[in-house]
Write a protein that binds this ligand. Sequence first.
Ligand code: SF4
Length: 372
Amino acid sequence: MGNWFAAAVLAADGMTEIDAHLFQSPTGIAPVLQVHPTRRCNLACLHCYTSSAPSVSEQLDWNLLSTCVQDAALLGYRQLAVSGGEPLLYKQLPELLSQARALGMLTSITTNGMLATPQRWAQISDFLDVVAVSIDGSEAEHDAMRGQPGAYAKTLAHLAVIRASGVPFGLIFTLTQHNVDSLEFVVQLAAQQGARSVQVHPLTLYGRAAETLADARPDGLELLVALAEAKRLGQQLGVTVHVDAISLQQLHTYHRHLVPSLPVTRLPEVAPILIVQADGAVVPLTHDVNHQLWLGSLHDAPLHLLAPAWMQQGRADLLAQACAQTWDELSQHYHAGQPVAIQNAAVYWYDEVAASTRRHLGMPVMRCVQAA
Ligand code: SF4
């Protein structure tokens, strides 16, 4: 699955499109705690950036995760976005969602939908604010990406269960360099199925995706076409379509939303998305940010110790500087008085920041904080 929260569902519920862009929401309105509690999955998709599969058993201990969610709420994270692996395979998913709700957080899951049986769905639907269901195009395209004939049909069958529960849902589509033409099919499907929106998320070249689809990351032109198509299809079919990409012009206009001020005083200022991986690693923004900027592992210390230690080590400011540097480099293309290079006409901001951290911060070195 695309593994990102459907920001566009919230857009349909009142966020404007530009709000969604501002918050760059792979995972919704910032700040978001994005949790991957398990890498176990009923599928082994080509584009999976967590390398999840039926044979993988790695998952987060419930007590560690529960403490982390409490800590994150105290740090200012307002949403819990659960992805995977397949979240429905995490035994304590109802407890996880219920706890987040009790802490005042909005809740979401991203799912391939195939395991949304009436019994399992009834356990979680009361604790869910929104659901993102992954669809990769037509039945043939979807099943090819999923590596399983019949996957599309099973997902569609269970969409009825989700719809009947009344939980707002959207579709999430992973954009590659080769599939923008499939977006129309997905938006039409969303309209037919009663989905509130479609979120288009650029392929993340990490995990299995980096091995199987190494040449398929969408370039700036593909992102630009997706933005134009999203606008056209949204108007034509009455479905909110949000692309996790911004044009260079938007980048310039919204500098203050993208580049945190120094010094960073609160974690969510520089990490509006905080990722917790199934192995316990805590990562700001996106999985492929330089490992030097990872906060550490929940197996070494809880989040309420990792976060202040990370700030004190100056890593929050380093990440903010990487945002500023990314903005400067991209902005130069826009201001050079030359025709804007077409491949840079639109960008996925977090990928650009992550690439900048890898370019400028040297070899990845993971540093952990020991529990006091
Ligand atoms: S359904 Fe999602 S988590 Fe499972 S293998 Fe596919 S992309 Fe990965």
